[in-house]
Design a binder for this molecule. Sequence first.
Ligand code: GDP
Length: 324
Amino acid sequence: MKKTALVTGILGQDGPYLAKYLLEKRYKVYGMIRRYSAPNFTNLDYLGITKEIDYVDADLTDQSSLLRLIKLLHPDEVYNLAAQSFVKASFEQPVLTTNTNSLGVLYLLESIRLFSPTSKFYQASTSEMFGTNHTNGIQDENTPFHPRSPYGVSKVFAYWMTVNYREAYNIFACNGVLFNHESPIRGIQFVTRKVTDGVARIKLGLEKDIRLGNLDAIRDWGFAGDYVEAMYLMLQQDKPDDYVVGTGVGHSVKDLVKAAFKAIGISNWQDYVKQDPRFMRPAEVPKLVANPEKAHKVLGWKPKVSFEELIKMMVEADIKRLKK
Ligand code: GDP
């Protein structure tokens, strides 16, 4: 019998990479899609797996749809990757962000507890939960949370609910506390993709500059394709637990811009970048850098793609896309 996995957020960035990884491991993959008038399969198309997934209808904000789905499928593994995941948007839509990212996770956990308690559960937790807190300049599993956005706050609720279902009901539930992870199919509003797309447009003469917010913010940027392996590995351990996943290396937004322009042979990047207050955040997280030692030791996980390789890969993919 093939193992089965239910993946929420199948149309996003991580869903397609995880689905591809699980398909290679011979899983039957169910991709959960909420009702859209025109669902967008571009990211799955990019990885060439659109036809290999079994699509199922449900919505994280509709508890009855999740109860029905979990009762029907009894999946071996559930990966909850669906979310309102853009930090900036969470300041404008905090209630929607909370309904999806907090209550949605509770509905899913309740469905598992009631109808499929042997399903293993992965929750997409985030470094944004740490906010301004750190342990000697970096963040690990023991760093206390101090979220700085409605997004971060909503994810803290889901984190603890996941821990509680593990402790109270013995559900095999894990949190992957993932630091920023990017790819050629990253949403265009995130800073990496905004920059690589902007650089590609400048290269092709379609645009003259890129407008950005805070250039001093530091993030630990890794490749999404590497990170989905850590998700899978968490659910294959003897015991459920929570893990920080990142590269351990921090770069500023300025470093990112520099690396992206370098990929097209431009060194005077300052001439092409304008600061724009519209992209500043009401409350910023100045620095997030992982200490991924536990994931290395326990899961045997290590990232393969470096920051420079990642940015180059994204710039090249954007140039190719725009040329079409
Ligand atoms: P986040 O870490 O989940 O918020 O991921 P983002 O890619 O959206 O932002 C990463 C960092 O880049 C944050 O500190 C932002 O403030 C900073 N940043 C600077 N300019 C921009 C911009 O124009 N767009 C976005 N999205 N972020 C920007």
